[in-house]
Design a protein around this ligand. Structure first.
Ligand SMILES: *Cc1c(COP(=O)(O)O)cnc(C)c1O
Length: 364
């Protein structure tokens, strides 16, 4: 399989990366510092390295330009700012640990649960909020862990949706993935599955006809793609999306608001329009989480609200995602929305539309 070969040929070292681009001093410093830090860690048995490793598919890197602030490049090439830890930053920003009911299964919202199917990704995104887990050394979920997760779901009928995430579930091969889904289905027929993946833009060759058809047969199943910039939407990615939707896998997207990548109305407008045209409903735009070493990616909340206000005037609700923050420490997702209600007056609610004009509607 082409995608297997591409996974094996991922770029992991400084030397391999330097064949594709010239490192900036800050990028170069990340490699120097982490090489020093990693050596003593290698001896520690089995524990995930504290350094979130560098890993990218040749395909994803091929979408990047040569400039050091290229929006695809900065998503995958580390730089030394990552080694700085802000005082507000957390090792487990979403508080997954407190809600992990059986290994790999996080149950925080009453009707939804999250299964961390593997800790492997095609690309280690430099702003990753689950960096304490992804890129570790646990590998795919074991048979016994899957059995326990299935038993938990069988005993918890209040769970109506299961999110398959990680890591990236599509780094598993078809047999393993399909059998995992079938085991969960057998435990809970009718359970809605959501498959979260970065694959469409990180490794589009993974979306073979066989994969798309196999997923399409395992309904109800939605695909949730992660994508941040229109440059990621190359023809291969577009074809992967087409295959999935055409095979009967409805798609939505999640985007992280990233400083210097997509913190602009024009970039996000282009991205969301392009997704909607490809039959992908933009679902969430996330305020960046307080993950360690990601401060340089975080745009201020006020900036996000301002962008949303602008986008609301430009985009249909079909193309506009919800702006949301996963509250630090396990508070769950909260919508962040600019308020259009200005106040009340004589039995009327006063609104301000996205152009700043006032309108009224009776209170009762
Ligand atoms: C993000 C997340 C969900 C899903 O939230 P939605 O708002 O339904 O997309 C569910 N469980 C956990 C633990 C999550 O982190």
């Amino acid at each position: 399989m082409l995608w297997r070969l591409e996974l094996r040929r991922r770029i992991k070292t400084r030397a391999a990366l330097e064949k594709h681009l010239k490192l900036s001093p800050a990028e170069s410093r990340w490699f120097e510092e982490t090489e020093k830090a990693e050596k003593p860690e290698k001896a520690a048995d089995g524990k995930a390295a504290p350094v979130f490793g560098f890993l990218v598919t040749p395909y994803f890197l091929s979408r990047a330009g040569k400039e050091k602030n290229d929006p695809v490049r900065v998503q995958c090439v580390p730089d030394s700012r990552e080694l700085a830890r802000g005082p507000e930053e957390l090792r487990d920003p979403l508080g997954d640990a407190a809600y992990t009911k059986v290994p790999r299964l996080v149950h925080r919202c009453r009707d939804r649960a999250l299964l961390l199917v593997t800790d492997e990704c095609a690309v280690n995104c430099r702003y990753c909020f689950r960096r304490h887990y992804a890129g570790g050394r646990r590998g795919p979920i074991r048979g016994s862990e899957l059995k326990n997760a299935a038993a938990y779901l069988k005993a918890h009928h209040e769970v109506h949706e299961l999110i398959l995430s990680g890591g990236d579930p599509l780094t598993l091969d078809d047999e393993r993935l399909f059998s995992l889904i079938d085991i969960l289905r057998e435990a809970r027929p009718g359970l809605l599955l959501r498959l979260s993946t970065r694959i469409a833009s990180a490794l589009p060759s993974r979306v073979t006809r066989r994969l798309a058809q196999g997923l399409g047969l395992r309904q109800p199943l939605w695909g949730v793609i992660h994508i941040n910039h229109p440059k990621e939407l190359g023809p291969e990615c577009t074809e992967a999306l087409r295959r999935l939707v055409s095979a009967g896998v409805p798609l939505v997207s999640q985007t992280v608001l990233l400083r210097g990548v997509n913190d602009s109305e024009a970039v996000l407008e282009e991205l969301f329009r392009a997704l909607a045209r490809r039959r992908v409903k933009p679902y969430y735009l996330f305020q960046a989480d307080l993950a360690e070493g990601t401060g340089h990616f975080r745009a201020p909340l006020a900036r996000g609200l301002e962008i949303m206000k602008g986008l609301r005037g430009r985009l249909s609700a079909l193309a506009l995602p919800e702006y949301a923050l996963d509250l630090p420490g396990g508070g769950g997702k909260t919508p962040l929305s600019p308020s259009y209600i200005k106040g009340e007056e004589e039995g009327f609610v006063i609104f301000e539309n996205s152009e700043g004009k006032e309108y009224r509607y009776p209170k009762e």
